[in-house]
Design a protein around this ligand. Sequence first.
Ligand SMILES: NC(=O)c1ccc[n+]([C@@H]2O[C@H](COP(=O)([O-])OP(=O)(O)OC[C@H]3O[C@@H](n4cnc5c(N)ncnc54)[C@H](O)[C@@H]3O)[C@@H](O)[C@H]2O)c1
Length: 387
Amino acid sequence: METEQTVGIGIIGMGWMGMTHARAYRQVGALFHDSGVHPKLVVCADDVVQRATEAKARFGFERATTEWRQVIEETSVEVVNIAAPNHKHLEIVEAATAAGKHVFCEKPVGRNPAETKAIYAAAHRTGVVTCVGYNYRWAPVVQYARQLIADGKLGKLTHYRGRFFASYASHPRAVLSWRFQKEIAGLGTLGDLLSHAIDMAHFIAGDISRVVSQQETFIPQRPVAPEGEGTHFTLGAEGPTAPVTNEDYVGALVQFENGARGTLEACRIITGPKCEMAFEVHGTDGALRWNFEQMNELEVYLPTEGGFSDGYTRILSGPSHPFHNYFNPGPAVGLGYDDLKTIEAYQFLQAVHTGKQGQPGFREAAAVADVQAAIQTSWEEDRWSSI
Ligand SMILES: NC(=O)c1ccc[n+]([C@@H]2O[C@H](COP(=O)([O-])OP(=O)(O)OC[C@H]3O[C@@H](n4cnc5c(N)ncnc54)[C@H](O)[C@@H]3O)[C@@H](O)[C@H]2O)c1
């Protein structure tokens, strides 16, 4: 039997994601209880003092601080979990990896492709275990879709359409949070949303070889956000506005190394879809489609003899699909977003426990960064760009 291990966790940034990660580590202990690895919430950091102290009280951290460096200095912290805004990621990863800590970093990892590559290099030098928040991979039916493709059930892939259409900024009074500011966020939708869609394309359909893209900022001014308050879902009052300095929309035609053709698109101001992180993939022998808004459903098309019952079949997430059984023993008793974060935390802790780097780590983030760099080159130079 594997030895038991308690892993000390420090989380930096206790906003939306920091709290989600804290819940996920707590759930790992309850749901994957016999895995041999037990996360312990040691310290949480946020530069807004009440966010740090509230998180300590809510999730049971031993300590709270406003100084992220104290998380890294704490000897009982083995995992540094980064959920601060993007401009802090490089500095924190460099300090954490230099101290020999394993690192979870939220996407898009760096503010831009160069920073993501620098983050990958810093971790690679020290050999620590890494993980990135490409959580949509972990939906049980997405794992099953990947398996069907790997088993050749779709034949040779011909088409892939990936997208992330979110409405979080569709209201013109959605405040100018850090996400809309190039200085803090770096890339706009290409970093925030398309990073998920590119990673999913890599996971489902393989490497991308060439892209041609376009981008747009549809809402160029937004209300100034109150200091230390609100998120990117907050609506501002009438009052002073400031410029949005990164893109709302990005779209690209893509070619895959295996010959498949397709599109990748993301937008944060679109109306209609709320959180449509979705893909459709077609091969010579069949097709699949999935949309996070119906995250427990996978539509599978595998032609039948004679074509009499041809059509997409709706498969519901159930205990025969990866991970589902840890949450519910019943078919169609569905999982939610937080459960994806719990699976992600579990997979990361297993990698820390065994010392074997898993996927997606910083290597996969660097691969996403290469595609982002090509997309950016394409819109800047108005031409196809190779990866
Ligand atoms: N994987 C996903 O689905 C997903 C979803 C949302 C956000 N994210 C990523 O997670 C990260 C955080 O996003 P969020 O939505 O949680 O943002 P947020 O604004 O809700 O939270 C960020 C928190 O970091 C704190 N902070 C800022 N500077 C700090 C510093 N120097 N030290 C410590 N704390 C600091 C802020 O006070 C805030 O509480 C981003 O990189 C974002 O891209 C990923």
